[in-house]
Design a protein. Sequence first.
Length: 167
Amino acid sequence: MKHTVTCLVKNQPGALADLTGAFFEKGINIYSLAVSEREESEVSRMTIVVEAEEDQLEDIARVAGEVEAVTAIQDLSADELTARELLLLKVRATPENIPKIMQTAEMFRAEVIAVNDSTLTLAHVSIAQRIDGLIRALRPLGIVQLARSGMIAVTNREAPPAGDTAD
């Protein structure tokens, strides 16, 4: 079963390696990993998507809790999170396919962010399934390059977990 795990970690050398090493030790593959500073620069939020059983996640929480840099860890179920992903997608542009690219971009609410003689670059923020759909729709037109951020997520709960406030 896929799980979305969020961690708060101190910004210090080796923190990412130590935490991902805990997943490696338990034989859990990381499907998506996004890391960025929070409001205060000494702490970062990591959003990690993994395929794991409940007992494996309990082991991860225990092992991750032993990593000095980790200040909080939480497994978010699908009904208690708001999640998005960013896609940057460069598509081959010809006079014949530009209308189709634009129509597809509009249908998915993607934004054209760069244009040159031979490509259009789109940006799209959405859930993974809609991003997958946009990629499938544009693939026949000639995708030149794409980059995905990986999922980022926040809890839908009124009160965030301990240690996860903006204060």
